[in-house]
Design a protein around this ligand. Structure first.
Ligand SMILES: [Zn+2]
Length: 54
């Protein structure tokens, strides 16, 4: 098993020129406050299994 290091920074995209922060992940509408994991065709919540297709 490989250990994946994931920092909180990966959830945000910072535009240094504009000085703004863009959220790259969506929140789960069910759990609220939980980020949806991004997949190729969909985003899914690891907690409740909610999935959104893009
Ligand atoms: Zn959820």
């Amino acid at each position: 098993m490989t250990t994946r290091r994931k920092s909180a920074n990966s959830y945000y995209e910072v535009d240094y020129k504009k000085g703004s922060i863009k959220r790259t992940h969506k929140f789960c509408p069910r759990c609220k406050g939980t980020f949806l994991a991004k997949h190729k065709q969909r985003s899914s919540c690891g907690l409740c299994g909610y999935a959104e297709f893009s």
